[in-house]
Design a protein. Structure first.
Length: 73
């Protein structure tokens, strides 16, 4: 299947898709087009350390909470 056929099929999925499919496709496309925000390995490591500190403070969502939030989309 060439690119034009794939585009046509994707348009059909979008036109006929439910909200969950549309949002899933949107997230995939926007994450694909988002550049890597880490300018250096040091920045990457700082972000990991910050995330670990947030986790230690209990600043996170459970899988159940994530699921409930995603169902609202």
């Amino acid at each position: 299947m060439d690119s034009s056929e794939v585009k046509e099929k994707l348009h059909q999925y979008i036109d006929n898709g439910d909200d969950a499919l549309i949002h899933m496709m949107w997230e995939m496309v926007t994450s694909y087009n988002t550049p890597n925000n880490f300018s250096t390995i040091e920045q990457y490591n700082r972000d990991i350390e910050e995330s670990l500190e947030q986790f230690k403070k209990g600043e996170f969502m459970s899988q159940k909470e994530v699921k409930e939030q995603s169902e609202k989309w």
